[in-house]
Design a protein around this ligand. Structure first.
Ligand code: FNR
Length: 366
């Protein structure tokens, strides 16, 4: 029986345990240039030292206009890839699997970092920009002076190519996992959901059309990503919106199968983010696990599944894997509180034998 310290094999990659650090924006690029800094190296490196199986970068923008905030990481040029290479190398040197989340924020791009005095869209005269989206339908921010521009089919091709180029750079930088961000109301999710997609061409309307961008991006990334390395896709399994057409769990199951057929190895199952009218049921421990379980149970193909949301204790993560509810326990805020969460979990679970304590720290863990 697998437990939280069992390795996970995906293609030729062996992830040393089932604790993955969830992608989390750090709003820490200097000069708003998208280049990795000492902050990213230390922040991500610490979680690798702390025993994580997977250490994933924050949403890393494939186009400059696709950043969630102006201070986000980017990978829209070779220089960006080169700045990330030491991050990936250090994570690998610690025995963790370096992962990068490739992202485009679409109509939710260009918002202020969370700890400043301002919130919502950055004004145009302060470095903000007009976002792009499936439809000329802005995210309903208060006081948004910007124009949300509908992408033409030629623009969509450019977005797919931007994901492809980003994957090539990420591979050259030494990452072992590429995760496509198709969740949380960002660009790919905006195409998936009828809440934000009002197109009447081949990218709108039917399930097949709304999922076309997700499939094209997955195929493009898979073409660049070496056959022996895994690709993850993060999805929002539900919009949590009932009073109008929205993205559903049933559609998520079908999409998981479709993306697996195109070479996605693991579906990272989150929820929400498409519209402020969402009505999220609970935010407590394991609050999104039911959706990962559903995808685990109902997909026809044997795709691996990760769960994220409210995982805060060693026992919780361990029980998720032991009871075969998901293959990977993806942890966000607990990793902000405790960079050494997996090492502490090993002690708590009586699995000191499985903890990969760096030699520099062993005296502290004896
Ligand atoms: C996030 N989250 C997030 N998700 C994502 O897919 N890409 C990202 O860049 C970010 N950025 C981010 C920043 C910060 C500060 C937080 C707290 C969260 C969501 C995160 O990955 C995770 O899905 C949620 O936090 C739920 O998991 P936890 O925190 O309950 O373990």
């Amino acid at each position: 029986m697998a437990d939280s310290f069992s390795p996970l094999e995906l293609r030729d990659t062996t992830i040393r345990n089932r604790f993955a650090m969830s992608p989390m924006c750090q709003y820490s690029c200097e000069d708003r240039d998208g280049l990795a800094t000492d902050w990213h190296r230390v922040h991500l490196g610490s979680r690798a030292v702390g025993g994580a199986g997977v250490v994933m970068t924050e949403a890393t923008a494939v186009e400059e206009r696709g950043r969630i905030s102006p201070e986000d990481l980017g990978i829209w040029s070779d220089e960006h890839g080169e700045a990330l290479a030491p991050v990936a190398e250090f994570i690998s040197d610690q025995g963790a699997t370096p992962a990068i989340q490739l992202a485009h924020a679409g109509r939710k791009a260009g918002t202020a970092r969370i700890w400043g005095d301002d919130s919502g869209p950055v004004p145009l005269d302060e470095g903000g920009w007009d976002p792009v989206a499936p439809s000329a339908d802005p995210y309903p921010y208060e006081d948004d002076e910007r124009d949300t521009r509908k992408l033409s089919t030629a623009d969509i091709e450019d977005v797919v190519e931007a994901f492809r180029d980003a994957a090539r750079r990420a591979n050259e930088a030494g990452f072992e996992v590429a995760e496509i961000h198709a969740a949380h109301g960002y660009l790919i999710h905006q195409f998936l959901s009828p809440v934000s997609n009002h197109r009447d061409d081949e990218y709108g309307g039917s399930f097949e059309n709304r999922t076309r961008l997700a499939r094209e991006v997955t195929s493009a990334v898979r073409e660049e990503w070496p056959d022996d390395k895994p690709v993850f896709v993060r999805i929002s399994a539900t919009d949590w919106i009932d009073d109008r057409d929205s993205w559903t769990v049933e559609e998520s199951v079908q999409l998981a199968d479709d993306l697996h057929a195109l070479g996605a190895d693991l579906i990272d199952v989150s929820t929400a983010g498409i519209h402020p009218d969402q009505d999220i049921q609970s935010g407590g421990p394991n609050y999104q696990l039911q959706f990962a379980e559903r995808i685990n149970a109902d997909t026809e193909r044997d795709v691996a599944v990760g769960t994220v949301g409210g995982i805060q204790s060693a026992e919780q993560a361990d029980a998720i894997v032991r009871n075969d509810r998901a293959d990977l326990a993806i942890v966000g805020r607990e990793f902000l509180r405790d960079p050494y969460f997996p090492l502490h979990a090993a002690r708590e679970l009586g699995r000191e034998d499985a903890a990969d304590v760096p030699p520099q720290y062993r005296r502290g863990f004896q």
